[in-house]
Design a protein around this ligand. Structure first.
Ligand SMILES: CC(C)(COP(=O)(O)OP(=O)(O)OC[C@H]1O[C@@H](n2cnc3c(N)ncnc32)[C@H](O)[C@@H]1OP(=O)(O)O)[C@@H](O)C(=O)NCCC(=O)NCCS
Length: 185
């Protein structure tokens, strides 16, 4: 797994344009900003589906400082953020788990959704995975989160069943598993 570090070190900064728009690897210093982004986006996405209390409870577990720090520093993860000169407004990560690549934390701030940022970030993380292995990528999604299911389908993910491929326990409704088969690009 040491190879992941080589890629991280080589590719600390992926893209930067003249407006300061940047896709880069997250650092531990970003954790408070990432937690804030996840809190806002989770309430916006899931309050109507799960209810605000459950959102708070799951967030507390999944977005803890410890868990984010582990995801950011683990040699088995690529954790990307997108920011402009003022704030981090999108995240995504993949975790290598045995022969699987698990994608998660795909969130764009509600004020920035529908502007192509999520697509850019998804392309960047797919490139990171293809560079390393060209493996298939799995994710889980809430069945009622139809707009993100459509988003993932745009990138070649297909629903293959229900269950969980997440490393984090989830006690809600059965989630959908979507898989994007390995493609050479
Ligand atoms: C799903 C998400 C990551 C997509 O990122 P985005 O920046 O909004 O998406 P883009 O602008 O790059 O692409 C939009 C495409 O995805 C779809 N889409 C998904 N969610 C959308 C939204 N809230 N607003 C607009 N388009 C959305 C559209 O069909 C669009 O397709 P098109 O390019 O053919 O018009 C983002 O909307 C988001 O964070 N949603 C809430 C959190 C969430 O559900 N995350 C996934 C958890 S499993």
């Amino acid at each position: 797994m040491a190879k992941n570090h080589d890629i991280l070190n080589d590719r600390q900064e992926i893209r930067l344009n003249e407006d300061g728009l940047q896709i880069r690897y997250a650092t531990v210093k970003d954790i408070a900003d990432i937690q804030n982004l996840l809190r806002i986006t989770w309430h916006h996405t899931y309050d109507n589906i799960l209810g605000p209390e459950k959102v708070i409870a799951i967030s507390k577990l999944w977005h803890s400082h410890e868990r984010l720090e582990n995801d950011i520093t683990s040699p088995d993860c690529h954790f990307l953020v997108m920011n402009d000169k003022t704030e981090i407004f999108a995240t995504v990560y993949v975790r290598y788990q045995g022969n699987d690549v698990i994608l998660g934390r795909m969130y764009v701030h509600p004020n920035r959704q529908g502007k192509g940022y999520g697509s850019e970030l998804m392309q960047a993380i797919i490139s990171a995975v293809q560079l390393r292995h060209g493996q298939r990528i799995s994710l889980t999604v809430e069945p009622r989160n139809q707009s993100s299911i459509r988003f993932y389908e745009k990138f070649g993910f297909k629903i293959i069943g229900t269950g969980s491929c997440s490393e984090v326990p989830y006690d809600g409704d059965p989630t959908l598993i979507m898989v994007r088969e390995s493609v050479s690009e």
